[in-house]
Design a protein around this ligand. Sequence first.
Ligand code: UD1
Ligand code: CA
Length: 458
Amino acid sequence: MPLSIVILAAGKGSRMKSRRPKVIHPLAGKPLLQHVIDTSRRLDPQQIVIVVGHEAEQVRETLAGQDCDFVVQREQLGTGHAVQQALASIAPGNDVLVLYGDVPLIREQTLLHLLAQAEEHGSTVCLLSFLADDPTGYGRILRDETGSVIAIVEEKDADDEIRRIRESNSGILMLRGNQAEELLSALDNDNAQGEYYLTDTVKHAVQRQWSVHAVICDDEEELLGVNNQKQLAGLESILRRRRADALMEQGVKLADPARIDIRGEIRVGMDVEINVGCILEGDIELGDGVRIGAHCCLKNVRIGAGTELLSHCVLEDCELGERNSIGPFARIRPQTRTAEQVKVGNFVEIKKSRIGKGSKVNHLAYIGDTEMGERVNIGAGAITCNYDGAYKHQTVIGDDVFVGSDVQLVAPVRVGEGATIGAGATITRDAPAGELTLSRAKQTTIKGWKRPSKKTGE
Ligand code: UD1
Ligand code: CA
């Protein structure tokens, strides 16, 4: 039967102490709920239905543009009630897999295993349980003497004997399509919390002698939920470790796997090295032999083979060619592209520019809205004045240009191939190719001039 995935995300999450609904708090750079949606997608379901309630609009807006159906649960009357709300949007007969917007680390393989076990056992209800070190707060799995699951009892409804059971309910379960509706409509709220419990589908299936199966998940980490900021930080560090592990498996040398943050997708070549304290966000591609120094922040960046970032560089939405040397303390802003063997030194900012092969911008420079040719040398403190207060203008610098220190290139302006611009010049008109252009007052010396000094006795 085709699969429908229902993600419960209606809860308020009041323990987050935040105005933001819990399920859109970011984990590793994306909303909690987005992690669950992404994992769901990989199971290739016919549809994904998200049950929203608290701050439903905000949740919907955050996840706009995705192929999901949203169902609003106006009052949170329990997990069973939440799934009931989704039922109307589900094609009749579809199997229903229930996931949680605040349980983001669940793995695709675990869910595939659950679905496969459900198939193998012909289960009407197949749930994911685990052996909790401390089961307090969880629903407990009751089995009969043959080991068959007969019920799930919530902590609040449990007596002392049941509370001693370690096998706990993860909350994740699958309901077989043809029986889902009957089981859900059998639910009542006659329990300690006055809620419609999804977990009671087990009891009703057993009463009908339909097969119920529990698959024990041996990785409790995957089942961790987020209820407060501390748990969110805990998950962040688990994910950080998982991602660091995955990078090392691909051959990346991490100076310290505990000191890297990856909040996106990374593709890497061979022999990549990353020093401590780096934050890698968005879509990142690192070519063979790329080395990243300590404390660099990269967001949506492609870096060519053999390029080295020295420490403390900040790069965003840019593309670096092969064998560049960047930093320390360089800032490369969006829409910048460098060719091969470019050198960018300390305290240099580059924005929306193309830097040709072998060019050097070594110290304290600002290059914005610039087309720079090959083998150009930009002196210390040189800047493009690309903004007139209203508009941005282009600077074009030809091949083999030498720009002296402390030059201002007032855009729009062109510097012809092979030109030399003398130090300190303010260039407001195009500088011809092959010539030296200066803008400099003649140097004078005032003979015998004395610095003012305080009179003695004053
Ligand atoms: C639930 C399970 C329990 C399991 C535990 C695992 C039930 C009755 N109990 O308990 O067996 O051990 O999860 O964490 O299912 N939600 C809605 N609408 C509602 C109620 C809940 O969308 O009306 C969502 C919440 O936002 C939350 C999730 O469902 O994401 C779980 O709800 P919660 O009230 O936390 O269930 P537990 O009491 O923890
Ligand atoms: Ca819970």
